[in-house]
Design a protein around this ligand. Structure first.
Ligand code: 5GP
Length: 237
Protein backbone atom coordinates (compact mmCIF):
# COMPACT_ATOMS: atom_id res chain seq x y z
CA UNK A 1 0.00 0.00 0.00
CA UNK A 2 1.44 3.34 -1.00
CA UNK A 3 -0.86 6.30 -0.19
CA UNK A 4 -0.86 8.29 3.04
CA UNK A 5 -3.16 7.12 5.81
CA UNK A 6 -4.63 9.97 7.86
CA UNK A 7 -6.45 9.32 11.13
CA UNK A 8 -8.67 11.84 12.86
CA UNK A 9 -10.03 11.22 16.34
CA UNK A 10 -12.14 13.50 18.48
CA UNK A 11 -14.59 13.17 21.34
CA UNK A 12 -18.16 12.72 20.19
CA UNK A 13 -19.70 16.19 19.60
CA UNK A 14 -16.43 17.99 18.82
CA UNK A 15 -17.63 19.03 15.37
CA UNK A 16 -15.47 16.48 13.60
CA UNK A 17 -18.10 15.51 10.99
CA UNK A 18 -18.56 19.17 10.01
CA UNK A 19 -14.83 19.61 9.53
CA UNK A 20 -14.46 16.36 7.62
CA UNK A 21 -17.39 17.27 5.35
CA UNK A 22 -15.89 20.66 4.53
CA UNK A 23 -12.55 19.04 3.85
CA UNK A 24 -14.21 16.89 1.18
CA UNK A 25 -14.88 19.93 -0.97
CA UNK A 26 -11.35 21.33 -0.48
CA UNK A 27 -9.04 18.37 -0.94
CA UNK A 28 -8.83 16.06 -3.94
CA UNK A 29 -7.50 12.49 -4.03
CA UNK A 30 -8.53 11.91 -0.43
CA UNK A 31 -10.85 8.98 0.20
CA UNK A 32 -13.05 9.18 3.29
CA UNK A 33 -13.22 5.66 4.64
CA UNK A 34 -16.79 4.53 5.33
CA UNK A 35 -16.74 2.40 8.50
CA UNK A 36 -18.90 -0.53 9.43
CA UNK A 37 -21.06 -0.20 12.52
CA UNK A 38 -23.72 -2.07 14.45
CA UNK A 39 -25.45 1.13 15.58
CA UNK A 40 -28.58 2.21 13.74
CA UNK A 41 -28.68 5.17 11.30
CA UNK A 42 -29.22 8.62 12.89
CA UNK A 43 -31.12 11.52 11.36
CA UNK A 44 -30.43 11.78 7.63
CA UNK A 45 -27.64 9.17 7.60
CA UNK A 46 -27.66 6.84 4.60
CA UNK A 47 -26.35 3.32 4.12
CA UNK A 48 -22.84 3.37 2.57
CA UNK A 49 -22.59 7.17 2.84
CA UNK A 50 -21.96 7.74 6.57
CA UNK A 51 -21.58 4.06 7.50
CA UNK A 52 -22.18 0.52 6.36
CA UNK A 53 -24.86 -0.43 8.90
CA UNK A 54 -24.97 -4.07 9.88
CA UNK A 55 -25.91 -6.57 12.59
CA UNK A 56 -23.71 -7.75 15.45
CA UNK A 57 -23.75 -11.27 14.00
CA UNK A 58 -22.45 -10.09 10.65
CA UNK A 59 -19.88 -7.79 12.27
CA UNK A 60 -18.58 -10.66 14.42
CA UNK A 61 -18.33 -12.85 11.34
CA UNK A 62 -16.24 -10.14 9.66
CA UNK A 63 -13.98 -10.07 12.75
CA UNK A 64 -13.53 -13.84 12.55
CA UNK A 65 -12.72 -13.58 8.84
CA UNK A 66 -9.99 -11.02 9.54
CA UNK A 67 -11.70 -8.37 7.42
CA UNK A 68 -10.90 -5.41 9.69
CA UNK A 69 -7.79 -3.25 9.91
CA UNK A 70 -9.15 -2.25 13.32
CA UNK A 71 -12.40 -2.31 15.22
CA UNK A 72 -13.63 -1.14 18.61
CA UNK A 73 -16.61 -1.11 20.88
CA UNK A 74 -17.75 2.50 21.29
CA UNK A 75 -20.74 3.25 23.55
CA UNK A 76 -21.89 -0.39 23.26
CA UNK A 77 -21.74 -0.65 19.47
CA UNK A 78 -19.07 -2.08 17.21
CA UNK A 79 -17.30 0.21 14.75
CA UNK A 80 -14.62 -0.98 12.33
CA UNK A 81 -12.54 -0.14 9.28
CA UNK A 82 -12.54 -2.81 6.57
CA UNK A 83 -9.15 -3.59 5.03
CA UNK A 84 -10.80 -3.71 1.59
CA UNK A 85 -11.69 0.01 1.83
CA UNK A 86 -8.04 0.94 2.23
CA UNK A 87 -6.80 -1.42 -0.45
CA UNK A 88 -9.28 -0.07 -3.01
CA UNK A 89 -8.40 3.57 -2.28
CA UNK A 90 -4.65 3.01 -2.37
CA UNK A 91 -5.04 1.03 -5.62
CA UNK A 92 -6.62 4.17 -7.10
CA UNK A 93 -3.66 6.25 -5.97
CA UNK A 94 -5.64 8.05 -3.30
CA UNK A 95 -4.83 8.91 0.30
CA UNK A 96 -7.30 7.77 2.94
CA UNK A 97 -8.83 9.52 5.94
CA UNK A 98 -10.09 7.37 8.82
CA UNK A 99 -12.45 8.94 11.33
CA UNK A 100 -11.99 6.55 14.23
CA UNK A 101 -11.88 6.60 18.02
CA UNK A 102 -8.74 6.49 20.17
CA UNK A 103 -8.84 2.69 20.58
CA UNK A 104 -8.99 2.19 16.81
CA UNK A 105 -6.26 4.78 16.27
CA UNK A 106 -3.87 2.93 18.56
CA UNK A 107 -4.54 -0.36 16.71
CA UNK A 108 -3.83 1.34 13.37
CA UNK A 109 -0.64 3.01 14.64
CA UNK A 110 0.63 -0.39 15.81
CA UNK A 111 0.03 -1.88 12.34
CA UNK A 112 0.87 1.16 10.23
CA UNK A 113 3.39 3.34 12.06
CA UNK A 114 3.58 5.82 9.17
CA UNK A 115 -0.07 6.80 9.62
CA UNK A 116 -0.53 10.54 10.23
CA UNK A 117 -2.77 11.07 13.23
CA UNK A 118 -4.71 14.17 14.16
CA UNK A 119 -6.59 14.78 17.40
CA UNK A 120 -9.36 17.36 17.40
CA UNK A 121 -10.22 18.92 20.76
CA UNK A 122 -13.42 20.72 21.67
CA UNK A 123 -12.50 24.11 23.19
CA UNK A 124 -14.26 23.64 26.57
CA UNK A 125 -16.47 21.08 28.36
CA UNK A 126 -19.28 23.68 28.35
CA UNK A 127 -19.19 24.05 24.56
CA UNK A 128 -19.02 20.28 24.15
CA UNK A 129 -22.01 19.79 26.50
CA UNK A 130 -24.01 22.38 24.54
CA UNK A 131 -23.24 20.65 21.23
CA UNK A 132 -24.13 17.24 22.69
CA UNK A 133 -27.42 18.60 24.08
CA UNK A 134 -28.32 20.23 20.75
CA UNK A 135 -27.63 17.00 18.91
CA UNK A 136 -29.69 14.93 21.36
CA UNK A 137 -32.53 17.45 21.13
CA UNK A 138 -32.49 17.22 17.33
CA UNK A 139 -32.71 13.43 17.67
CA UNK A 140 -35.67 13.58 20.03
CA UNK A 141 -34.66 13.70 23.68
CA UNK A 142 -31.91 14.96 25.97
CA UNK A 143 -30.87 12.59 28.75
CA UNK A 144 -28.53 14.34 31.15
CA UNK A 145 -26.95 11.04 32.20
CA UNK A 146 -25.98 10.45 28.55
CA UNK A 147 -24.46 13.90 28.32
CA UNK A 148 -22.47 13.27 31.52
CA UNK A 149 -21.32 9.88 30.22
CA UNK A 150 -20.12 11.45 26.97
CA UNK A 151 -18.33 14.26 28.81
CA UNK A 152 -16.52 11.72 30.98
CA UNK A 153 -15.58 9.75 27.85
CA UNK A 154 -14.37 12.97 26.19
CA UNK A 155 -12.04 13.61 29.10
CA UNK A 156 -10.64 10.06 28.85
CA UNK A 157 -10.12 10.43 25.11
CA UNK A 158 -8.41 13.80 25.51
CA UNK A 159 -5.94 12.13 27.90
CA UNK A 160 -4.66 10.22 24.83
CA UNK A 161 -3.75 13.36 22.90
CA UNK A 162 -0.02 12.69 23.28
CA UNK A 163 -0.31 9.69 20.96
CA UNK A 164 -1.25 11.99 18.05
CA UNK A 165 1.14 13.81 15.73
CA UNK A 166 -1.08 16.84 15.24
CA UNK A 167 -3.55 18.59 17.56
CA UNK A 168 -6.37 20.88 16.48
CA UNK A 169 -8.73 22.86 18.69
CA UNK A 170 -12.18 23.40 17.21
CA UNK A 171 -12.82 26.91 18.53
CA UNK A 172 -13.12 28.56 15.10
CA UNK A 173 -14.52 26.20 12.49
CA UNK A 174 -12.92 27.83 9.43
CA UNK A 175 -9.55 27.81 11.08
CA UNK A 176 -9.81 24.12 12.00
CA UNK A 177 -10.78 23.27 8.40
CA UNK A 178 -7.87 25.32 7.03
CA UNK A 179 -5.49 23.58 9.44
CA UNK A 180 -6.77 20.15 8.51
CA UNK A 181 -6.33 20.91 4.78
CA UNK A 182 -2.83 22.27 5.47
CA UNK A 183 -1.83 19.10 7.32
CA UNK A 184 -2.93 16.96 4.35
CA UNK A 185 -1.04 19.22 1.92
CA UNK A 186 2.09 19.35 4.10
CA UNK A 187 2.21 15.57 4.49
CA UNK A 188 1.85 15.18 0.72
CA UNK A 189 4.75 17.58 0.20
CA UNK A 190 6.78 15.64 2.76
CA UNK A 191 6.03 12.42 0.88
CA UNK A 192 6.94 14.02 -2.42
CA UNK A 193 3.54 13.29 -3.88
CA UNK A 194 2.12 16.76 -4.27
CA UNK A 195 3.56 18.16 -7.50
CA UNK A 196 0.98 20.99 -7.42
CA UNK A 197 2.35 22.57 -4.25
CA UNK A 198 4.80 25.35 -4.94
CA UNK A 199 5.82 28.88 -3.97
CA UNK A 200 3.97 30.92 -1.38
CA UNK A 201 1.21 28.36 -0.89
CA UNK A 202 3.75 25.70 -0.12
CA UNK A 203 5.35 27.88 2.55
CA UNK A 204 1.96 28.74 4.01
CA UNK A 205 0.70 25.15 4.38
CA UNK A 206 4.02 23.98 5.79
CA UNK A 207 3.91 26.78 8.38
CA UNK A 208 0.30 26.10 9.40
CA UNK A 209 0.91 22.34 9.68
CA UNK A 210 4.12 22.91 11.63
CA UNK A 211 2.24 24.99 14.20
CA UNK A 212 -0.32 22.18 14.62
CA UNK A 213 2.28 19.57 15.47
CA UNK A 214 1.71 18.32 18.97
CA UNK A 215 5.09 19.56 20.15
CA UNK A 216 4.30 23.07 18.89
CA UNK A 217 0.73 23.38 20.11
CA UNK A 218 1.33 23.26 23.84
CA UNK A 219 0.27 26.85 24.55
CA UNK A 220 -2.94 26.39 22.63
CA UNK A 221 -4.00 23.12 24.19
CA UNK A 222 -3.03 23.94 27.78
CA UNK A 223 -6.30 25.81 28.59
CA UNK A 224 -8.32 22.99 26.99
CA UNK A 225 -6.58 20.37 29.14
CA UNK A 226 -7.11 22.51 32.23
CA UNK A 227 -10.80 22.99 31.45
CA UNK A 228 -11.29 19.22 31.10
CA UNK A 229 -9.26 18.46 34.22
CA UNK A 230 -6.58 16.56 32.26
CA UNK A 231 -3.05 16.78 33.74
CA UNK A 232 -1.11 19.53 31.99
CA UNK A 233 2.55 18.96 31.05
CA UNK A 234 5.11 21.18 32.77
CA UNK A 235 5.79 24.39 30.84
CA UNK A 236 9.01 24.42 28.79
CA UNK A 237 11.97 26.62 29.58
P1 5GP B 1 -20.85 8.12 15.96
O1 5GP B 1 -21.75 7.03 16.45
O2 5GP B 1 -21.05 9.42 16.69
O3 5GP B 1 -20.91 8.28 14.47
O4 5GP B 1 -19.35 7.68 16.26
C1 5GP B 1 -18.96 7.38 17.56
C2 5GP B 1 -17.46 7.20 17.60
O5 5GP B 1 -17.06 6.05 16.83
C3 5GP B 1 -16.66 8.38 17.04
O6 5GP B 1 -15.62 8.67 17.96
C4 5GP B 1 -16.07 7.84 15.75
O7 5GP B 1 -14.80 8.42 15.46
C5 5GP B 1 -15.90 6.37 16.09
N1 5GP B 1 -15.80 5.55 14.90
C6 5GP B 1 -16.48 5.67 13.74
N2 5GP B 1 -16.09 4.73 12.86
C7 5GP B 1 -15.13 4.01 13.48
C8 5GP B 1 -14.32 2.89 13.09
O8 5GP B 1 -14.39 2.37 12.00
N3 5GP B 1 -13.46 2.41 14.03
C9 5GP B 1 -13.33 2.95 15.27
N4 5GP B 1 -12.43 2.41 16.08
N5 5GP B 1 -14.07 3.99 15.66
C10 5GP B 1 -14.96 4.52 14.79
Amino acid sequence: MSGILFIISAPSGSGKSTIVNQLRSLVSRLEFSVSWTTRGPRGSEQESREYHFTTRDHFEEMIRNGEFLEYADVFGNYYGTALSTLKEAFAQDKDVLLDIDVQGASQVRAKMPDAVSIFLMPPTPEILATRLRNRSRAEGSVREEDIDRRLAKARQEIENYRDYGYILVNDILDRAVEEMAAIVAAERIRNGNDPGAGGADRERVLRIAHNCRQANSEARIRPVLQAFGVPVPAAKG
